[in-house]
Design a binder for this molecule. Structure first.
Ligand code: SF4
Length: 430
């Protein structure tokens, strides 16, 4: 591992035990971005951003290409009159919600999402959700959370949404059998694969959060076990733990090793016998190993630098280091949730360089000094770095692409191969 020396904002001993903490300018999408994948999960939910035209443009340009039917998100635009305090925003919102529900009677859950402008005018979204609930409930339920760029980075939008959702989960009965909640939005195809494995193991009852329908909410209480499918769900996990659920610590289901350890944490909590576990997971493990191996010739020995973006960085770094022989130069992450990431850092070298938060100019200095083979970063940094001759991978792709589980392990490795393959092609055609 490479700890950069003699650069501003670095410390030779920065590792998971003592990360470099930075609180400077950062280059990350806001929490509204989570809606792009959340709106596809819950078929009867609708996300109404209470925001400006800027928010609407972000949603349209980031998600527009994915809309092929009636979209399940929109923006109630706060314009200059609202910002100047000349309009009653609650009344404006009443009109927008009433129009939306008359056009879309299929909506069962309407989620009001706060933004920078709604925060600036101090719009009380809790009160707004309560008011809408009184007008349109109980046929439609209302939730609210903040996706504002002032206080969230892009995956925190999902965390805030799920935290709001689990506040309303029904309590489990006193004599409830042990059950498992798997939290974190997964592509349907991945969710179905995991469900089949859990069922084959004979473990459960299980439920996924968010569910595909807003009415299919699991019960929660002291007999509930919680397995996180995503590493950015700190607030949601705290809420579930407050309600009695017990978190099962595990690495995240990326790659063969991560997926096996993740499934094993659940199997052990439910007393599944090791022989049965090995028999059920064996074929998937073998397929995943074979698929990942195809990318090893390109990736082995490559030096990778992660800028902070999605909070998936430590799990991705572990996968690249352990299963593909990459050397990790720096793991930048917006937040370091030590407890949830303990399983990852157990598998990473003790001296891996970790930074939490961002001071983008200093981090760029470290990156340039280290000359990594590949930089994983947001879109805003990728173009300038490419222009400097540094290969990049957009971190947002890793969130949008189904990458969890055995069947996706090869695709995950392949995502990191592509920037190198593209460069080779460019060399040949030059
Ligand atoms: S919430 Fe803030 S950062 Fe996000 S699009 Fe709207 S104005 Fe921009």
């Amino acid at each position: 591992m490479n700890a950069p020396a003699n650069l501003p904002g670095t410390a030779a001993d920065c590792g998971p035990a003592q990360p470099l903490r930075q609180r400077g300018q950062h280059e990350v999408f806001c929490g509204l971005t989570s809606i792009i994948w959340l709106h596809r999960k819950m078929q009867d939910a609708f996300f109404l951003v209470v925001g400006s035209r800027t928010c609407a443009h972000l949603m349209q340009s980031a998600a527009g290409v994915m809309i092929f039917a009636e979209p399940r998100f929109a923006t109630a635009v706060i314009d200059e009159r609202d910002l100047a305090g000349m309009a009653d925003v609650h009344e404006e919102l009443d009109k927008v919600v009433a129009k939306l529900l008359s056009r879309r009677p299929d909506i069962r859950l309407l989620v009001l999402v706060g933004s920078c402008p709604s925060e600036v005018i101090k719009l009380d979204l809790a009160k707004a959700a309560e008011r809408q609930g009184a007008l349109h409930g109980p046929a439609v339920r209302f939730l609210h959370y903040s996706g504002s760029g002032i206080e969230t980075t892009f995956t925190q939008g999902e965390d805030n949404f799920l935290a709001a959702l689990v506040e309303n989960l029904p309590a489990e009965p006193a004599d409830a059998k042990p059950s498992l909640i798997i939290a974190g939005a997964l592509a349907d195809v991945v969710e179905d694969q995991f469900r089949r494995i859990f069922e084959a193991l004979g473990l459960g009852p299980i439920s996924f959060l968010p569910p595909r329908s807003s009415t299919a909410l699991p019960h929660v209480g002291p007999n509930t076990r919680l397995l996180l499918a995503q590493p950015f769900l700190g607030e949601m996990a705290k809420t579930l733990e407050r309600r009695g659920a017990r978190h099962l610590m595990a690495p995240f289901p990326l790659g063969e090793e991560g997926t096996t350890a993740w499934l094993k944490a659940a199997a052990d909590a439910f007393g599944i016998e090791p022989g049965r576990f090995a028999a059920i997971t064996g074929p998937g493990r073998a397929r995943a190993k074979l698929a990942v191996e195809k990318s090893r010739p390109t990736l082995e020995g490559k030096r990778i630098f992660f800028f902070p973006d999605s909070q998936l960085e430590p799990a991705m770094a572990r996968f690249l280091h352990r299963e593909l022989g990459c050397d990790i130069v720096e793991i930048g992450t917006p937040f370091l949730h030590r407890h949830h990431l303990a399983g990852e850092f157990e598998l990473l070298p003790d001296n891996v360089f970790v930074s939490e938060g961002q001071d983008v100019d200093r981090q760029l200095d470290r990156c340039r000094a280290q000359k990594p083979d590949l930089v994983v970063c947001g879109m805003g940094l990728a173009n300038p770095l490419e222009a400097e001759g540094i290969a990049t991978k957009w971190s947002i792709e890793l969130v949008f692409t189904p990458v969890q589980g055995y069947e996706q392990a090869g695709d995950l490795a392949e995502l990191f191969v592509r920037p190198f393959a593209r460069r080779e092609r460019l060399k040949v055609s030059a």
